[in-house]
Design a protein around this ligand. Structure first.
Ligand code: SF4
Length: 433
């Protein structure tokens, strides 16, 4: 039996993998590792933001937590009970106490049902009689800013923001302990978004309901949530108090996400751009730290006589070749290319920002060779040269989560006290020469 002081929900080592099958025997040939070992706790009445780019696994975590997906590993505990072991009345109670608000309210509302019927539907499922249902519906519609008369209208008669209010009323009607709000404001314009956030905030305090707020919008999460957990490619990379993590992120990925929020603060420029834009497939995640092919703070594995900016440029060159993200000026057209189309090694170097001769002779040799391979249209040879010349520590070692100074955790080798590569403020490396 759990106590009031215990977390409402505890997620431990959660995994959700989807098999990739082939042939009529549906032989498993791989796995999409949508969620891969995620752990966190959700306190009663708190708002926890779950953030990350699309494909990071945050919606899968939310659905698995609600029992809408079966985990392939790990556990979800709700109020002391394992969700996977609930049945009968206990499962019905769990369904009543946990509710989902989705991004598009049209997905939650039946266009043929009057709003009152839609909002009352969960009460009917739980056996509440009609008179009581109507009283509860009138009450929640008023609490979300709608009128009692709105119960008799149909969803198409409402604006997008009003429909989201109805969808929130539908979630509230069972007096839940947890609402999972999956991108609840991303389909709305800025003014309506603010109204819905204010409504959710008021409801959280009035009803003492916990909210798991799934979003890619860090600005919204910073305003609305007490704590935040940041996901990248199926893993949690950083978590802590929202205002600490989002105002001064430790993890290079959170810095990259943070830098995508327009800011007038010039110090935000230090937050960094990713080396490459392509998010790898969760069916084939990179070795070591999954963020390494994009990380502007990636740690060199060999001693090179390069400034931190130059190391970052050669690493970006290496991973851009692998991700097929080179600028058009750097790509030769291969055998049969006419003189007019040809790309020279100097064009390649200029396009990737490595025009000048590098101080480190081994690094210079590798860049010359890779540029020549690319000019000849042989990207595979260029990739092999760069892989060998510019290995990173981060592709060999997987970071474990360590405590952040301001509380919470961060999973990055630069924050591991046993590493010799210290944290960096600008997304570069530690080597200043
Ligand atoms: S472990 Fe390396 S690649 Fe991963 S976030 Fe830290 S510095 Fe970047």
């Amino acid at each position: 039996m759990s106590r009031q002081s215990d977390p409402l929900c505890v997620v431990r080592d959660l995994e959700k993998h989807y098999p990739i099958t082939r042939g009529w025997l549906r032989r498993e040939v791989g796995r999409v590792r949508a969620v891969d070992g995620v752990s966190f706790a959700l306190e009663r009445g708190e708002a926890l933001g779950l953030v990350g780019e699309s494909g990071s696994g945050k919606t899968t975590v939310a659905h698995t937590l609600l029992g809408l997906e079966t985990p392939t590993g790990g556990t979800v505990e709700f109020d002391g009970d394992l969700v996977s072991e609930l049945s009968g009345d206990a499962e019905r109670s769990f369904r009543r106490r946990t509710q989902l608000v989705v991004q598009d309210p049209d997905d939650a509302l039946d266009p043929r049902m009057r709003v009152g019927e839609s909002v009352a539907e969960p009460l009917r499922v739980h056996g509440i009689n009609r008179v009581r249902r109507e009283a509860i519906v009138a009450d929640v519609l008023e609490r979300v800013g709608l009128g009692e008369d709105d119960a008799d209208r149909y969803p198409h008669e409402f604006s997008g923001g009003e429909k989201q209010r109805i969808s929130i009323a539908r979630a509230l009607v069972t007096n839940p302990d947890l609402i999972v709000a999956d991108e609840p404001t991303s389909a709305l314009d800025a003014r309506v978004r603010s109204d819905i956030l204010a409504l959710l905030d008021r409801i959280r305090r009035e009803f003492d309901v916990a909210i798991l707020f799934v979003s890619h919008d860090l600005g919204v999460v910073e305003r609305f949530c007490d704590r935040v957990a940041v996901m990248y490619l199926g893993e949690l990379v950083e978590r802590g108090r929202a205002r600490d993590v989002l105002s001064d992120p430790d993890h290079p990925y959170t810095r990259v996400l943070r830098s995508s929020i327009p800011s007038l603060d010039p110090t935000d420029r230090r937050l960094g751009r990713p080396l490459t834009d392509t998010v790898p497939e969760p069916s084939d995640p990179p070795s070591g730290c999954r963020f390494h092919p994009r990380c502007p703070a990636v740690i060199p594995a060999v001693d090179l006589d390069l400034s931190h900016e130059t190391w970052r440029d050669v690493a970006a060159f290496r991973f851009a070749v692998r991700a097929d993200e080179l600028p058009p000026e750097a790509v030769g057209d291969g055998p049969g290319t006419t003189d007019a189309d040809a790309v020279a090694p100097t064009d390649v170097r200029r396009a990737v920002g490595l025009e000048g001769e590098l101080a480190d002779p081994d690094a210079e040799r590798a860049v010359v060779e890779a540029a020549a391979s690319l000019a000849a249209g042989d990207a595979e040879a260029a990739a092999a040269t760069l892989d060998e010349a510019f290995p990173t520590r981060c592709e060999r070692e997987s970071p474990t989560a360590v405590e952040r100074e301001t509380g919470g955790t961060v999973a990055c080798l630069r924050h591991d006290p046993t590493t010799e590569a210290p944290p960096v403020a600008d997304g570069g490396t530690d080597r200043e020469r």
